[in-house]
Design a protein. Structure first.
Length: 563
C-alpha cells in the first residue's frame, strides 16, 4: 500500500508568509508518514497581478529560496512532494507550473499548465507541451492543474499514456470541482487522483469587496472551495477535507488497482477506444453553427406505445427510449428479449404513435451485428447512428459506425450517442466539435459513476444538453435530462445568485417507479462555451493533449479500413 496526502491551505501576496505556510503544512502532513504529498496551485502568490511584469517578478525560479526550501522538506521527510507555483522562465515567459520533488529533494518533473482560466490569461503563458509522466517506485505519476481537470483531454492523455496516479493542484472557488470534476477524472480513466485545493480569499483582501461587487457575487464565494480529496479508480472519494480551513487528508491506496481498466462486463475502457475516429477533435476552433431554440421540451420514457403517443401529444419534441428496446418491424418478440427486460416497440409502431405531432423518438435496436440508434418521426426513420465502440456487453457487436453524425433539426443540432458509446468522453467531444446542441443517449446502465458523474460531466465540459434513457434491473425507467444553465460565464452578470456552481447542468431525473421524465432544455446555450474571459471549453483545448488521444497504442491490433 502507498500512503498519500492532500494539503489544503490559503496563500496571499506575501511570498515569505506563503512559503512558511507550505513548510508548516508539509511538516503536518509528514506526521502521518505519507509517501507522497500534494499541495495546491499558485502556492507562492495569489493568481492576481497588476500586469505581466508584476507576475514575472513575483514568480519562482528553479533553485531559488522558495523551491529549494520545498525540495529540502521533501528530502527531510523522505517523501515525494508536488506543488503548484508560477515560474519565471529564462525566455521571458511566466508559467503556472506543477513541480514534483523526489524523496532525495531532486526535481523530477515540471508540468506547465496548458489551459489558463480567466485573468490568468492576462498574466501567464500557457504550456505548449503535454504533461510528462514520471515513473517512480510508487508507480507512474501524472501532473495536472485545476482548469486542466474541467475538460477531459489532459487527464485522458495522461491515462492513455500509462499514468496510474494523477496529482491535481487547484486554485478554485468552484464547488463543482469537488462534486464532479475531480472524481470523474478518476472514474472515467480508472486511475487514482489526489487533488489539493485552496481555502481563503483567492483575490487580494483589499480588492476583494470591490471585485465581488462588480461581479454581483458575495465576497466569500471568491474563496477557495476546499474539499481536497483522494479518489479511487471507481470514482469513490476515500478521503475529503472540509470546505473551510487548512487541512491534511490522508489515505492508504493500492496504486496497482489503476492497472485494471475493465468494467464489470469485461470491457477495457482504454483499449476499446478508437483513436482513428477522433481526428475531428483536432479542429480546435470556435463554434460556427448558429444558436438553436432558446428552450425545448424533451422526455425520457419507457418503450410503451401509449406512453410515447401521450408524451408526444404533451409537447415533447424529443423522446428518448432505453437502449435495445426497438425492433425493425412489427413482429412481436426478437432475440433482444434476452438483453432487455422490457417490451420492445417496432419502428413502424413508433411512427404511428407520433402521428399528428412533430415529435421525434430516439430508440436503439440490434441490426445484424450492429447496435443502431434510430431517429423516428411520424413519417418513419429520418436518421441512424451505429455504435462506434466495441464493448464486451454484447458478444454480437462487431459492425461499428465510422463517424458520429449530426442531424439538423428545426430547433437545432442533434447527435445520437448509442449504448456504451456513452462511456467514452471522446464521443461527446466529437459531438461538441461538430456543434451539436443536444445529445440523445439510449443506453444501458453500467457502473454507478457513469450516470452519477459521467453524463453530468459530458454536458458540463462540452456545453451539451443531454437526454438519457436506460432501464434498471427491474425494467423501471432510469432516465435523466441534463439542461444547460443560462448562467455560465464568469465575470458577467448572472440572472440568479452565484452559488459557486459553474458548469454543472440542471439535472431532472425520473422519480422511482416513474415511466417517464420530462423537462425543458436550452439548445441555444450550447453556443456559449466561454467559462471565463479567454477560456473556451472547446476552442481552448490544448493541442498536445488532443493529439495524444489520436495516437494508436503500441499494442493495438490493426483496425479494418473504415468505409
Amino acid at each position: 500500500m502507498t500512503r498519500v496526502a492532500a494539503v489544503q491551505l490559503a496563500a496571499g501576496t506575501d511570498v515569505a508568509v506563503n512559503l512558511a505556510t507550505c513548510l508548516r503544512l508539509i511538516d503536518d502532513a509528514a506526521a502521518h508518514a505519507p509517501d507522497l504529498v500534494v499541495l495546491p496551485e499558485f502556492c507562492n502568490h495569489l493568481s492576481w497581478y497588476a500586469d505581466r511584469d508584476h507576475a514575472h517578478r513575483m514568480a519562482c525560479r528553479i533553485g531559488d529560496r522558495f523551491l529549494s526550501a520545498i525540495a529540502e522538506r521533501a528530502a527531510r521527510h523522505r517523501m515525494y512532494v508536488k506543488i503548484g507555483v508560477t515560474l519565471a522562465r529564462d525566455d521571458g515567459r511566466t508559467t503556472g507550473t506543477g513541480l514534483l520533488f523526489g524523496p532525495d529533494g531532486a526535481l523530477l518533473a515540471q508540468s506547465d499548465k496548458q489551459i489558463l482560466m480567466g485573468a490568468e490569461n492576462d498574466h501567464l503563458d500557457p504550456g505548449d507541451s503535454d504533461s510528462e509522466i514520471v515513473d517512480t517506485p510508487l508507480g507512474r505519476i501524472g501532473l495536472y492543474a485545476c482548469m486542466e481537470g474541467v475538460i477531459c483531454e489532459v487527464t485522458r492523455s495522461l491515462a492513455v499514456r500509462g499514468a496510474q496516479l494523477l496529482l491535481n493542484s487547484l486554485n478554485s472557488f468552484a464547488v463543482d470541482e469537488a462534486s464532479l470534476h475531480i472524481p470523474v477524472r478518476a472514474a472515467e480513466n480508472k486511475v487514482w487522483v489526489v487533488a489539493a485545493n485552496k481555502v481563503g480569499p483567492l483575490l487580494p483582501d483589499d480588492e476583494l469587496p470591490s471585485i465581488a461587487s462588480r461581479l454581483g457575487v458575495p465576497p466569500d464565494r471568491l474563496h477557495g472551495a476546499g474539499e481536497s480529496q483522494i479518489v479511487a479508480p471507481d470514482g469513490t472519494t476515500v478521503a475529503r477535507a472540509p470546505v473551510h480551513g487548512e487541512a491534511v487528508v490522508v489515505a492508504d491506496i493500492d496504486i496497482g488497482l489503476a492497472d485494471d481498466k475493465r468494467r464489470p462486463d469485461g470491457t477495457d475502457v482504454l483499449a476499446a477506444r478508437r483513436p482513428r475516429l477522433y481526428a475531428p477533435m483536432l479542429d480546435i476552433s470556435h463554434r460556427r453553427a448558429p444558436a438553436g431554440a432558446p428552450t425545448l421540451p424533451v422526455a425520457a420514457a419507457l418503450a410503451d406505445l401509449g406512453l410515447i403517443a401521450d408524451t408526444a401529444r404533451s409537447g415533447a419534441a424529443v423522446i428518448v427510449l432505453p437502449a435495445l428496446t426497438g425492433r425493425g418491424d412489427a413482429a412481436p418478440g426478437t432475440a433482444l428479449a434476452a438483453e432487455s427486460p422490457s417490451a420492445t416497440v417496432s419502428i413502424p409502431e413508433v411512427a404511428a404513435a407520433l402521428r399528428g405531432t412533430t415529435a421525434h423518438v430516439v430508440v436503439s435496436l440490434r441490426d445484424g451485428d450492429a447496435h443502431a440508434g434510430v431517429l423516428v418521426n411520424a413519417e418513419g426513420v429520418v436518421g441512424c447512428q451505429r455504435q462506434l465502440h466495441r464493448t464486451e456487453r454484447h458478444s454480437w457487436l462487431s459492425d461499428l459506425g465510422s463517424a458520429l453524425e449530426i442531424f439538423e433539426m428545426p430547433w437545432g443540432r442533434l447527435a445520437l450517442v448509442v449504448g456504451d458509446d456513452a462511456l467514452f468522453p471522446e464521443t461527446f467531444r466529437l459531438a461538441a466539435v461538430r456543434d451539436a446542441d443536444v445529445v440523445a443517449v439510449p443506453h444501458v446502465l453500467g457502473e454507478p459513476w457513469e450516470t452519477r458523474l459521467g453524463l453530468p460531466e459530458r454536458a458540463a465540459e462540452n456545453r451539451l444538453n443531454i437526454v438519457a434513457a436506460a432501464e434498471d434491473s427491474t425494467g423501471a425507467l432510469a432516465g435523466s435530462i441534463y439542461a444547460l444553465s443560462a448562467d455560465f460565464t464568469l465575470w458577467t452578470s448572472w440572472s440568479g445568485p452565484f452559488t459557486g456552481v459553474i458548469s454543472v447542468p440542471q439535472v431532472t431525473s425520473a422519480p422511482a417507479g416513474a415511466n417517464r421524465v420530462q423537462a425543458d432544455i436550452r439548445p441555444a446555450q450550447a453556443v456559449n462555451r466561454a467559462v471565463s474571459r479567454g477560456t473556451d471549453l472547446v476552442a481552448g483545448r490544448p493541442a498536445a493533449a488532443v493529439s495524444a488521444l489520436l495516437r494508436e497504442p503500441a499494442t493495438a491490433t490493426t483496425e479494418p479500413e473504415l468505409p
